[in-house]
Design a protein around this ligand. Structure first.
Ligand code: IPE
Ligand code: IPE
Ligand code: MG
Length: 251
């Protein structure tokens, strides 16, 4: 197994100054718009510009994996018109961006429970994923109708279905191989914009040893300087994975 894929609770992942995987909760679109007396959805539109920028920044800075939280399993609780705007924006963005992503050698995948999406959106997702499947510059995972608890339950059901008569206890590895992102290293850096300091049911299992970075910056304003500030903070962290500082010198 590649050392970068070692589970952080089972072994010691490779440490590097540049995160190999960044996971972002893109929060603050609504507040950005309200501050400008615009409808909340105008913030979501501007947020898409930030997504394009951050994707390019990851490639520029040598970050090979980026996972973005676009729509949580709890976001269905929002007003119906905001939910339908977000679904429409998702569909349009998929259709319009996929060629550019492909040209930039970016692999796109959608993680989450897609069964709740309509047929048109599901088809666009399948098409985008298969077109870009062999690309290698960046793996961009978009979490849509995603919930960390859903991910764990889904993996648990898949694990039980794979070995129905098993008597021995299951292991972390048995479950982890069925989680979304099982083929990627666990996130090194978690960023949440918008000032809230919570996980909001994002990658619960995968964040076990991730470094957390919270910023008041609203997602539509998250620019190159803000991104680099997050990377600088990450470089300054001492990642011990349960060991002592003294041991790190020997590692
Ligand atoms: C994040 O921005 C985008 C989604 C959840 C889809 P918000 O819409 O949550 O923005 P705020 O938190 O209300 O400012
Ligand atoms: C988290 O943001 C989900 C996404 C960014 C998609 P929310 O704005 O929905 O989170 P809460 O409700 O403030 O925790
Ligand atoms: Mg929010």
């Amino acid at each position: 197994m590649l050392s970068s894929l070692i589970s952080s609770t089972r072994g010691i992942p490779t440490r590097s100054d540049v995160p190999q995987h960044i996971a972002i909760v893109m929060d603050g679109n609504g507040r950005w718009a309200r501050k400008r007396l615009m409808p909340r959805v105008a913030g979501h539109k501007r947020g898409l510009d930030t997504v394009r920028n951050v994707v390019q920044l990851c490639i520029k800075r040598g970050v090979p994996n980026l996972t973005l939280f676009a729509f949580s399993s709890e976001n269905w609780r929002r007003p119906a018109d905001e939910v339908s705007f977000l679904m429409q924006l998702f569909l349009t963005a998929l259709r319009e961006e996929v060629k550019r992503l492909h040209k930039n050698n970016i692999r796109l995948r959608i993680i989450g429970d897609c069964s709740r999406f309509d047929a048109g959106l599901r088809a666009a997702i399948a098409e985008a994923e298969s077109l870009t499947a062999a690309n290698t510059a960046l793996t961009l995972s978009i979490a849509a109708n995603y919930g960390g608890r859903w991910d764990i339950m889904n993996a648990m059901n898949a694990m039980l279905a794979a070995q129905p008569g098993r008597q021995e206890p299951f292991t972390e590895e048995d479950l982890a191989q069925h989680l979304c992102l099982a083929d990627l290293p666990e996130p090194d850096l978690f960023i949440r914009t918008g000032g809230e300091q919570r996980v909001s049911n994002f990658l619960l299992w995968q964040l076990a040893y991730t470094e957390f970075y919270f910023t008041d910056c609203l997602w539509p304003e998250f620019n190159e300087a803000a991104f680099d500030a997050a990377l600088a903070s990450f470089r300054g962290r001492e990642r011990r994975f349960g060991r002592t500082s003294e041991q790190l010198g020997d590692a």
